[in-house]
Design a protein around this ligand. Structure first.
Ligand code: S3P
Length: 448
């Protein structure tokens, strides 16, 4: 089933050269944070280029339920009239975060240090995902959580009426956990400290500083130490959301594996905590050129040009790079299938608790398409079939996971026989214009 309706089966077939410009949507991580921090500022935050995918729309609705005024002005222009740190009202109804782990975990953090109670739910995928990773540190602030067995949604959070600041070392590399703790720390007196062994995406730190909070980041022997001083007055911002490198990954990888392709993806965010895929692709022999490197709204941005790369080679992806490309392993495995040799991906246990178990979902679908995959709890190895060597001709399951659906459709553009997915509906959570954008570049996708 799709997240919000009946399944939408889709089929992708071998395609001619992909050419032209791919204007991918706004960054999902920055879009969620713009709405949440906008709701916690005093006054009006203006946002341009917001991702209008279902995940972010669900967060916009949630911010309204907590008392902020959120207005869609059309064309990606939004405004948020914030209620200030500690100003959230108690929602009158259950908060439905749909498919979005980022949405629910960040919002739980943002409300956990206010004396209000909220109940959260999501779709069948989100309601399977672990929430204790967030509710454990929120309990240290004084918040209480009651959910289903194994810390699953639906779940009620009773916010702390007398929150205390927290010092917390994240046990898993997760920007969602880090961000939930920092957002909770906003309404606790004194310094909240998060320590992460491996650097994860740092949009929360950058944006909190942009909104006027006092945030210090230091590298220590324990890892990155982030210190936030609680109870600031956040100042409303004007935010231009860069385009999402995780969405750019799909047309970029499609161009690399479809003969004769030459695609330009303008204005993509290239924050180093997000750009690991592009380094990996270059190490595999991809023809990628970064043009017009610049800084916009505190984030590095460039135009990325990707051309067909016939001699892609499998590599061992350094495990230390995993956090900076965690959402890109599904599409990387598709490129790996079209390369020669083995691509080895280790230190990626987190892939098992995303919108689906992404190692299992990709391994099963790739095998059905004639590609050899070995896997263990926190690793997998794809043996490439070389350019034009993937058989395809399979119907694969997307498991309510947008990135699994898009990855297999891209594989279909380069495989010998078409590749179908049982449900492309979830693509709308992060990349609602995926089909028209890919079609306009020359790809063949049908709703079947
Ligand atoms: C995100 C963090 C990542 C990523 C997700 C977006 C964020 O999850 O997979 O798509 O915006 O903070 P984890 O923090 O759980 O790794």
């Amino acid at each position: 089933m799709s997240a919000h309706g009946t399944p939408i089966p889709m089929t992708a077939a071998r395609s001619g050269p992909l050419t032209g410009t791919a204007d991918v949507p706004g960054d999902k991580s920055i879009s969620h944070r713009s709405l949440i921090l906008g709701a916690m500022a005093v006054g009006e935050t203006r946002i341009t280029g917001l991702l209008e995918g279902q995940d972010v729309l669900d967060t916009a609705k949630a911010m309204q339920a907590f008392g902020a005024e959120v207005t869609d002005h059309g064309g990606g222009e939004w405004s948020v009239q914030g209620v200030g740190v500690g100003g959230f009202a108690e929602p009158e109804n259950v908060i439905d975060c749909g498919n979005s782990g980022t949405g629910v975990r960040l919002i739980m953090g943002a409300m956990a240090t206010s004396p209000i109670t909220a109940t959260f739910t999501g779709d069948a995928s989100l309601n399977k995902r672990p929430m204790a990773r967030v509710t454990d540190p929120l309990a240290l602030f004084g918040a209480r959580a009651v959910g289903r067995t194994g810390g699953r949604l639906p779940m009620t959070i009773v916010g702390a009426s007398d929150p205390v600041p927290v010092r917390y070392a994240t046990p898993v590399p997760s920007a969602q956990v880090k961000s939930a703790v920092l957002l909770a720390g906003l309404n606790a007196p004194g310094d909240t400290v998060v320590i992460e062994r491996e650097a994860t995406r740092d949009h929360s730190e950058r944006m909190l500083a942009g909104f006027g909070a006092q945030v210090q980041v230091e590298d220590s022997t324990q890892g990155r130490v982030i210190t936030l001083t609680g109870q600031p007055e956040l100042k409303p911002q004007t935010i231009v959301v860069p385009r999402d490198p995780s969405s750019a990954a799909f047309p970029v990888c499609a161009a690399l594996i479809v003969e004769g392709s030459d695609v330009l993806v303008p204005n993509i965010g290239l924050n180093p905590t997000r750009a690991g895929l592009f380094t990996t692709l270059q190490e595999m022999g991809a023809d990628l050129v970064f043009e017009n490197m610049r800084e916009e709204g505190g984030e590095p941005v460039a135009d990325l040009r990707a051309r067909f790369s016939p001699d892609l080679k499998g590599i061992e992806v350094p495990p230390g790079r995993a956090a900076s490309m965690i959402d890109e392993y599904p599409i990387l495995s598709v490129v790996a299938a079209c390369a020669t040799g083995q691509t080895v991906m280790r230190g990626v246990k987190e892939l098992r608790v995303k919108e689906s178990d992404r190692i299992d979902a990709m391994a099963t679908g790739l095998r059905a398409c004639g590609v050899e995959v070995e896997e263990g709890e926190d690793w997998w190895i794809v043996t490439g079939r070389g350019h034009g060597g993937v058989s395809g001709g399979a119907l694969v399951q997307s498991h309510l996971d947008h990135r699994i659906a898009m990855s297999f459709l891209i594989l279909g553009f380069a495989a010998k026989a078409p590749v179908s997915v049982d449900d492309g509906g979830p693509i709308a959570t992060s990349f609602p214009i995926f089909e028209p954008l890919m079609t306009q570049l020359g790809a063949r996708i049908d709703r079947t």
